[in-house]
Ligand binder design. Sequence first.
Ligand code: ZN
Length: 350
Amino acid sequence: MPSTNSCTTMPANCRVRPCATRSNGTTPSVGGHLWPNKGWLFDGASVNISRQTANLIFPFVSLLSFSSTNMSWFIRKDKGIQTPTEMKREAPDGLWYQCPNCKQVMHTREHKLNAYTCVHCNYHEKVGSDAYFSLLFDGNEFTELDENMISADPLGFTDTKRYPDRIRATVAKTGLKDAVRTAHGPMNGTEITVACMDFGFIGGSMGSVVGEKIARAIDYALANKTPFLMISRSGGARMMEAGFSLMQMAKTSAKLARLSEAGLPYVSLLTDPTTGGVTASYAMLGDFNIAEPGALIGFAGPRVIRETIGKDLPKGFQSAEFVLEHGFLDFIVDRKDLKDKLSSLLKMLN
Ligand SMILES: [Zn+2]
């Protein structure tokens, strides 16, 4: 601040322009004072008081014009608030859940207690094997089968990255070894074998490990005479294993035929989405094919079909409800009732 703008009667940091009595002895024509601890400016630009009030106190202030240089000291020059990320205060992660369908917010705990379905619109959130195992097995007690089986790279396949690198990255990201987990344990007191797919692992794609784990789980069900439940959620065959993926369709189908010969029940639960080679093999081979509400079920996706037939598709095409209406499903089950409905169904079959 130039000394000519200082005031002899006011605090040293007064921003008067010009001041009532200048330190160099000259008399200003107009002016006012800023009292830093009171936070207002008298030379026309009011901060905490209106301009009209300022005019009453200092009739001469109207002579001053507002200029950007006068006002810039209390107007933010920089756009946006520069707060470092680590200083930002936010609600802890995972406390609230927003339904992607109805956009309503609910507590994560409430959502979990409701079997990961929306309490407002019953939207069934896409969940993985962890959630299904805890929903189905009594006290979340189960024994996992072949939990360390991991994919090889039989074709030396590379797309945007090498297949082994992609597997390694996905294992690190998801904590899963492949797109299916198999386990056995009690469900309402009855022993059952379950295979459940995880969409988070390369789109739930079916490669050699998926096929082999399902085949071995069926072997376990056969050896121990337990019913078999398959929970599918998949985009189809895994392209990085090409022909080897397609072989899994035949392998799992053959194993399921053996299960059928042994008179053991096989229930296939189709969840959102179940498409491609998975729909074309084990997902549709159940003694009972059941689905969750609103699940997308199909072979090719709607866009491919629309482009192929050159026609618009009917409303709700490929939804579980549409597929049920056209005779490809036995029933649709709400996830909250899944365990009890499966138990009564298996009781009936025994
Ligand atoms: Zn909802």
